[in-house]
Design a binder for this molecule. Structure first.
Ligand SMILES: O=P(O)(O)OP(=O)(O)OP(=O)(O)OC[C@H]1O[C@@H](n2cnc3c(O)ncnc32)[C@H](O)[C@@H]1O
Ligand SMILES: [Mg+2]
Length: 203
């Protein structure tokens, strides 16, 4: 079975990639499996830049193919914030809970009709001596007034998916992985790789 390293330390992302890659016959490793792996500083101003930075740094260092995910939440009433700062919105050492609380507080006075938001996921696939591929996926929704559900990770409990009538944290793993920003991006990456005739699974 082919193995791919996902350059992330986020356990929520790793679980979702493992589930989504299962059907492609690819085994997923993450930076959590590699002792002493470096923290790549996310200095980019876009999701794509940060994904490329993370993937290329680790791919060069280890000389293997690497996928990196840079993702986050864009809220229209906050002019796109927290955006690329989603992981550290409430501060560097703050938790998902703190981040959600900050968002809920900032949106206290915002009407239901103006609470539109989207999750964004940029994936970069970096390989030694090849051009890096970057794709982006989105998932549209609205910010709730309080947390709902216990599945998923990050901002999922405050993100409402209108066409399903549930929060992202109320969806089963399979449901989230069929509609999420990460699923859309991975599908796009898979299509590009098929076009390049470079299938995940080598014969
Ligand atoms: O950089 P790595 O090591 O991959 O891990 P990270 O957690 O720092 O990941 P990002 O820099 O991409 O920041 C993503 C932020 O957006 C949140 N996020 C990303 N995908 C999400 C999802 O599917 N559901 C809820 N929140 C998500 C996540 O909780 C983080 O706060
Ligand atoms: Mg990060």
């Amino acid at each position: 079975m082919m193995k791919i390293l996902i350059a992330t330390k986020n356990k929520g992302k790793v679980k979702e990639f493992q589930a989504m890659f299962e059907s492609l016959g690819v085994e997923i490793l993450s930076l959590a499996d590699i002792e002493g792996s470096p923290d790549v500083e996310e200095t980019g101003t876009t999701f794509e830049e940060n994904a490329v930075l993370k993937a290329e740094t680790i791919s060069k260092e280890m000389n293997i193919p690497v996928i990196a995910d840079d993702s986050g939440l864009e809220i229209d009433a906050l002019n796109g914030k927290p955006g690329v700062y989603s992981a550290r919105y409430a501060g560097i050492h703050k938790s998902d809970e703190d981040n959600m609380e900050k968002v809920l507080n900032e949106l206290k006075e915002v009407k239901d009709s103006e609470r539109s938001a989207r999750f964004i996921c940029a994936l970069a696939f970096a390989r030694p001596n090849e051009k890096t591929i970057v794709v982006k996926g989105e998932c549209e929704g609205k910010i709730l007034r309080e947390k709902r559900g216990h599945q998923g990770f990050g901002y999922d409990p405050i993100f409402f998916v209108p066409h399903l009538g549930l929060s992202m944290a109320e969806l089963s793993k399979a449901e989230k992985n069929s509609i999420s920003h990460r699923a859309v991006a991975l599908q796009r990456l898979n299509n590009l790789i098929d076009e390049e005739d470079m299938l995940w699974q080598k014969p």
